[in-house]
Design a protein. Structure first.
Length: 235
């Protein structure tokens, strides 16, 4: 694929095959952003797992958020609807919202929360919500009676992650207009969350390689030893 001169100039800033210390990698991510608007900062975490045997899935509260507004839909009834709305949910309700999704193809939201008693309704939307990664789950704290806490966490920058069929976790961790310190703290928080979800029985190196990039920029390999040391430090 033919690349623009701007992109090639950004690539020239990188040393091929080099794994950069965390802060240097973050600085390079900001420098190699090619768009005229703040791009999303993305991470690809290659895990030493057998995807057919091990599932890695969880949530992470990014200290500095994602840099984007998140529209939250809550499936609930009665007082829980009012609690969700008070916490900042963009939409809250029951069967009427499920019907709107089924009949009108309405998908003007990025995250979905449900109380356990609403899962019989939400389950019927599996073929619509599932492929889009919108299905609520107890594993990601999006099936809960504490809908207010779930909404606040999602609005504040809670993200979901999961390993794909190749054993790679792809996740956002901020925007390129964040400070380098904020991006580093978000990335370290993400790595900690992935470490906490290490499946039992995994042998050898769990986190094998980590790459970061701006949405339209080149991939930058992060020194895993430096990154893991930062993740294991307290505070």
């Amino acid at each position: 694929m033919k690349r623009s001169r701007s992109y090639e100039a950004k690539v020239a800033l990188l040393e091929r095959e080099k794994a950069y210390p965390v802060r240097e990698a973050i600085e390079l991510l900001k420098k190699t952003s090619t768009a005229k608007f703040p791009e999303t900062a993305e991470a690809a975490i290659v895990l030493g797992i057998n995807p057919s045997q091990h599932q890695v899935r969880g949530t992470c509260a990014l200290p500095h958020g994602t840099g984007k507004a998140v529209r939250v839909l809550v499936f609930a009834r009665g007082e829980k609807v009012r609690e969700a709305e008070a916490a900042g949910a963009d939409y809250a309700g029951g069967e009427e919202l499920a019907e709107k999704i089924q009949k009108e193809g309405w998908l003007e939201f990025e995250r979905v929360v449900a109380t356990p008693d609403m899962m019989s309704v939400v389950g019927k939307l599996g073929k619509i919500l599932g492929p889009r990664g919108l299905m609520p789950s107890p594993k990601t704290n999006t099936v809960t009676m504490d809908v207010a806490a779930a909404v606040r966490e999602l609005k504040a920058g809670m993200i979901e992650f999961r390993a794909d069929r190749a054993g790679i976790v792809h996740s956002i961790f901020g925007k390129t207009d964040f400070t380098a310190e904020a991006l580093q703290e978000n990335l370290v928080a993400l790595i900690r969350a992935v470490l906490e979800r290490k499946p039992e029985g995994v042998r050898g190196r769990y986190i094998q390689r980590v790459f970061i990039s701006a949405t339209m920029g080149p991939g930058i390999r992060v020194d895993e030893t430096d990154l893991l040391a930062a993740a294991q430090r307290k505070g």
